[in-house]
Design a protein around this ligand. Structure first.
Ligand code: LLP
Length: 438
């Protein structure tokens, strides 16, 4: 839940030796604090794990930029030497600004614009993952225009119900993503790609969903995708060289959850690949993965300051303490969107007060602006206390909004006892910058 360089000394949270109160004083609240060393070691663990498991058949770890990206993080990705998965022109722009080698960029998205496709082809990205028949035509046209042969993958829906929240499950049949294997759409896409000499079909891809524990879903997906690769081999007498199994590996948000480590799932995925290769008489393809949440999620916490505390009688004699902090659904939309659960602690002091039923809420004008629906917090919690919520690195800052014209918080990277801003806090000028005065 807490990243590796977070420690508690007499109840006081420290990141890389810096106490919470000092972080708040220097950078303000709310703010995201990123344990840089933890981020890098998680990214390296995936990269090494893939290489150890698959040897010469290891493809690429594409860090899913949607979970969190900034120019500095893109630079780290480049230094570590892994790849990146971008799904919009904006994410591509940040990846390029951070100096990521286009040969390690993979482009996703179910509705890439013609301009986005054009830029991706022009800069020479590694692969574009095809998501619709229209897109195949568009990518072929862009490749022709730039006089290039573009490597592409097909995103397939293998018809798997991953055990995760409905809104973040992506590989059952009734979804907007990819081409269904069962309905024949995937095969039509193969034929369509092959009509275009400007396109080089490298392989197939799937992303089953997000916040998945265990490896069962990835193992089933492996079998279904490789069965499809065998069909391709039977038809065209040549094998597709690449298989990308997407991301989705879960992390611990609350007590009882256990973050998936690469070593927990890679051996099982490796075995599923071997088994499928034997079953369908295929050679082992290059295996790639796209973890986002699993790399960045555990490496950040959000620091808030308590503004008000209110005891509300919710039943006769039952009090719920509403603890309001200076952020909320604008910096963490996940509880409101997915019913996601988090935990929190008072970060700058030890309290020995008894615990009391509390609800951690934000400052937005919505009843649903809840960060933690039910949490036991010390009864002496008061304005001025700092609250830290762990595991907010993925889909926190990246999904932040300006709702109620609240400036989005900064991201502060901390390493070896030193803290520096990598995404600055928005200010009033930023909030007004887009308005056109009549
Ligand atoms: N690859 C593809 C094609 C994806 O669509 C995604 C996530 C990933 C990789 C990375 O998945 P991860 O390893 O981070 O689970 N906003 C939601 C999650 C949406 C994920 C969308 N696609 C949330 O906050 O839970």
């Amino acid at each position: 839940m807490w990243s590796k360089n977070v420690s508690f000394e007499s109840g006081v949270l420290h990141l890389s030796g810096i106490p919470a109160a000092k972080l708040a004083q220097e950078f303000g609240t709310p703010a995201f604090f990123l344990d840089e060393d933890a981020f890098k070691s998680r990214a390296i663990a995936w990269n090494n794990g893939l290489r150890d498991q698959f040897g010469d058949h290891a493809g690429t770890i594409f860090y899913a930029a949607k979970s969190f990206i900034s120019t500095s993080v893109a630079q780290w990705i480049e230094e570590i030497g892994i790849g990146i998965d971008v799904c919009t022109g904006g994410e591509l722009a940040v990846a390029l600004a951070g100096g990521i080698n286009p040969a390690r960029i993979e482009v996703h998205g179910n509705n890439k614009s013609v301009a986005e496709i054009d830029r991706a082809v022009a800069v020479g990205v590694k692969t574009i993952v095809m998501d619709s028949l229209f897109e195949i035509e568009r990518v072929a046209a862009a490749a022709k225009k730039h006089g290039k042969r573009q490597a592409v993958m097909l995103r397939l829906t293998p018809g798997i119900e991953a055990h995760t929240h409905e809104k973040i499950s992506t590989a059952h049949e009734d979804v907007k993503f990819g081409f269904s294997i069962a309905s024949g759409a995937a095969w039509s896409a193969v034929q369509k790609v092959r009509e275009h000499p400007e396109l080089e079909l490298r392989g197939v891809h799937c992303h089953i969903g997000s916040q998945i524990f265990g490896s069962d879903a990835h193992e089933i997906a492996t079998d279904r995708l490789m069965e499809f690769m065998a069909r391709y081999r039977d038809e065209y007498k040549v094998e597709l060289p690449e298989l990308d199994l997407g991301g989705g590996f879960g992390i611990a948000y609350v007590t009882g959850d256990v973050t998936v480590e690469p070593s927990d799932v890679l051996p099982a995925i490796g075995k599923a690949v071997d088994d499928a290769c034997k079953k369908y008489s295929l050679q082992i393809p290059l295996i790639s993965l796209e973890p986002g949440r699993n790399i960045v999620g555990p490496t950040m916490f959000t620091l808030y300051e308590v503004g008000t505390v209110k005891d509300v009688e919710i039943d006769s004699g039952v009090i719920r303490k509403y603890v309001s902090v200076d952020g909320g659904m604008s910096d963490n939309a996940r509880p409101a969107l997915y019913g996601a659960e988090y935990t929190a602690v008072i970060a700058q002091r030890l309290s020995s007060a008894p615990l009391t039923l509390s609800r951690l809420v934000g400052k937005h004008c919505e009843t649903g602006d809840i960060i933690i629906n039910e949490i036991q917090l010390p009864a002496d919690i008061a304005p001025g206390d700092l609250i830290a919520t762990p595991a907010t690195g993925a889909y926190g800052r990246s999904m932040a909004s300006n709702y109620n014209h609240v400036p989005r918080p900064p991201v502060v990277a901390v390493k070896d006892g030193k803290a520096r801003v990598i995404v600055r806090r928005e200010n009033e000028e930023d909030l007004l910058a887009l308005d056109v005065k009549e």
